[in-house]
Write a protein that binds this ligand. Structure first.
Ligand SMILES: *[C@@H]1O[C@H](CO)[C@@H](O)[C@H](O)[C@H]1NC(C)=O
Length: 460
């Protein structure tokens, strides 16, 4: 009797599931729509601000350039790249922004609610509102819940999935919550298991591609994996002449440091630039310690103007610290001035092109990603001193060719002292040539040769 009941129940549930599927199943992709010249259609999903997702923007522009139809789906925040908004082959589809967490509700209670909210809106949009596409392109991270939805939608709608691995979400989360936190473990399992279900994988470094083939990721060998290094945006270019540099400096120097303009133009004062998000994972204290040590060198080193750009939570803490160090005479104003700025994009690009040295404090959470800001510095022809304690470092910064690595404040102070001295001029010039060379490699060429060919987005 009981058995009969369960058989009936099972039958009824399968029937209901089948009915639900038949009624609610989304339309499927079956070849290019009439009138499309290449037949390629791609949904690019960014669970973030489109205006602040340069890599996904470049994918969209490259696909569109070769006649593919792109739907760029993400949050509307910062203005997207102007070429995206005017491109007839790209449609921008905004996602509704999830509600913010009220301070009284703990993260662990709010996170599932936010995920459900995103789950509902993404599924509705990707499975029903938008037409089916030949390809889906998602980035990782953030991949909760985008990756799961993309996999489901791809299966239901007969689309193929490209996963663009920028980094791992779980290592970033582990940096703030510790690696044994349940959410960290959960997101690790999620990323490792769902990650294997993409049809094509893109990575930002060779080190990451190697790692993804090994446990815990274990992406099967038969799935193609292409390395596509980040490349600078077109706006980052070296300046053509000293006159152009002078004009740019005149425009962007903070008002209280205008008096340094002639000395900067002569090269008597060196311009150092660092951009930071002022978060705990970038140890700004390291640069500050290095500058203090730089000041105490004898004979007295070349004067430096250090401009730090960016906004973030620890900024006021460090500003107080800088003022303290100055008042104690440990950062004498005649040797080092530290200025902070938050510049419009064009001015930031000009600042990089004017500077003598860029400093990057990025510490990779996964060990296999690379800092975009160094890519942009090279684009502007600016050599770098960069934190080097992670595996993929050498894929971007070539020691002695386009920059110098360091791990401690002493090492950074040593690099600054040497490169800014009279004897270090030739070395710095050499590094600058290397930076210009590295920065001259741009996105389009590499994209066309790899992703474009493999996917058939580019007709050969
Ligand atoms: C849009 O696609 C067409 C082919 O359908 C192509 O000829 C054109 O160059 C593309 N436009 C842009 C701005 O990428």
């Amino acid at each position: 009797m009981l058995v009969l009941f369960f058989v009936a129940l099972a039958g009824l549930s399968s029937l209901t599931a089948l009915l639900l599927y038949l009624v609610f199943r989304p339309t499927r992709y079956d070849g290019p729509p009439a009138g499309s010249s290449t037949g390629v259609s791609v949904h690019i999903v960014v669970l973030g601000d489109i205006g602040r997702s340069p890599r996904m923007t470049y994918h969209a522009l490259s696909i569109a350039k070769h006649g593919g139809k792109v739907n760029l789906i993400g949050y509307a925040g910062n203005a997207p790249h102007p070429d995206v908004t005017t491109n007839p082959n790209i449609t921008l589809t905004p996602l509704p922004t999830p509600p913010r967490r009220p301070p009284s509700i703990p993260f662990i209670l709010f996170a599932p609610f936010k995920v459900l909210y995103q789950l509902y809106h993404l599924t509705r949009l990707l499975a029903y509102t938008l037409p089916p596409a030949q390809w889906f392109l998602v980035q990782n991270p953030p991949s909760i819940p985008t990756l799961a939805i993309a996999i489901l939608v791809c299966r239901l709608r007969n689309s193929k999935l490209i996963i663009d691995w920028h980094n791992y979400g779980w290592t970033i989360l582990a940096g703030t919550r510790g690696s044994s936190h349940p959410l960290v473990r959960l997101s690790k399992i999620y990323e490792c298991h769902l990650g294997r279900l993409g049809d094509l994988h893109l990575t930002v470094t060779h080190a990451m591609a190697r790692q993804l083939r090994r446990p815990p990721y274990s992406i099967p060998e038969h799935l193609p994996m292409l390395v596509l290094h980040d490349r600078p945006a077109a706006i980052f270019q070296p300046l053509p002449s000293p006159t152009a540099r002078e004009a740019a400096l005149h425009r962007i120097l903070p008002a209280e440091h205008r008096d340094l303009l002639p000395a900067l133009c002569r090269g008597d004062v060196r311009l150092l630039v660092s951009s930071t998000s002022w978060t705990p994972d970038e140890d700004f204290g390291l640069l500050l310690d290095a500058l203090v040590q730089y000041c105490s060198a004898s004979p007295p080193p070349a004067p430096v103007l250090a401009i730090i750009t960016g906004k973030g939570p620890q900024q006021s803490f460090y500003l107080t610290r800088i003022a303290e160090l100055a008042s104690q005479g440990r950062l004498p104003r005649e040797i080092v001035r530290v200025a902070t700025a938050f510049l419009p994009f064009e001015d930031y690009a000009a600042l990089l092109a004017c500077a003598d040295l860029g400093v990057c404090l990025h510490k990779s959470s996964s060990g296999v990603d690379l800092p975009m800001k160094v890519v942009d510095m090279f684009g502007a022809g600016l050599p770098v001193a960069a934190y080097q304690g992670y595996e993929s470092f050498g894929e971007l910064v070539k020691e002695g060719e386009n920059g110098r690595g360091f791990e401690t404040a002493e090492e950074l102070a040593g690099v600054l002292g040497r490169l800014f001295s009279e004897e270090g001029k030739a070395e710095l010039d050499g590094l600058r040539k290397g930076a210009v060379l590295e920065g001259s490699r741009r996105w389009d060429g590499e994209w066309e040769a790899s992703v474009g060919r493999v996917t058939g987005f580019v007709k050969s």
